[in-house]
Design a protein around this ligand. Structure first.
Ligand SMILES: [Fe+2]
Ligand SMILES: [Fe+2]
Length: 185
């Protein structure tokens, strides 16, 4: 499953990420926009929760592969994704909505996927793909929200910056591992 083509997946997930945003953009009236914002935020919440679970799995599995600095990074990312989930849930409540923590359907609401990964490189690659999806979907959300809800936008911008750091950390790890292998071969 982890050998699925990279571009096809991203394209499909981006399409899904845009679905509700497009519907919202054609809706007139404040209440309708608010509903869309809450819906988008619940999708972001699901995305973050899936990311927490994936990073936690990778943290515990990577310890067995003797990759302590990478395992520690997975744990740090898991904790930061949990922080994002909490921020988003709080904002949903502020907007008069209810955060959806129902485990049923969480993966279909999420923009990113839960891929376990068999090797350390697999795990890092899957996490990098998930981060890239998160970067794209947060970017879309920020553009959609625009100036209509500045507090939500600022929260999303803060999260986006952290997702970009995560992606950067992961691609550095991938580059290092690649170098080590070439040296060791
Ligand atoms: Fe996050
Ligand atoms: Fe992240």
């Amino acid at each position: 499953m982890s050998d699925k083509p990279f571009l096809t997946d991203i394209t499909e997930l981006r399409r899904r990420a845009r679905q509700h945003i497009e519907t919202g953009a054609v809706t007139e009236g404040y209440r309708a926009n608010l509903e869309t914002v809450i819906k988008i935020l619940n999708e972001a919440l699901a995305t973050e929760l899936v990311c927490v679970l994936r990073y936690k799995r990778h943290y515990f599995m990577a310890q067995g592969i003797a990759a302590d600095p990478i395992a520690q990074e997975f744990l740090q990312h898991a904790n930061e994704e949990q922080g994002h989930a909490d921020q988003i849930a709080a904002r949903i409540v502020q907007l008069g909505g209810s955060p959806n923590f129902n485990p049923e359907g969480i993966l279909s609401r999420s923009h990113s996927e839960y891929v376990e990964g068999q090797s350390l490189v697999d795990m890092i690659r899957e996490d990098l793909i998930a981060e890239r999806i998160a970067i794209d979907s947060y970017t879309e959300m920020i553009r959609y929200v625009g100036d209509d809800d500045i507090t939500t936008r600022r929260m999303l911008e803060g999260i986006l910056a952290v997702e970009e750091e995560h992606a950067d950390d992961l691609s550095s790890f991938l580059a290092d591992l690649d170098k080590d292998w070439k040296k060791g071969a």
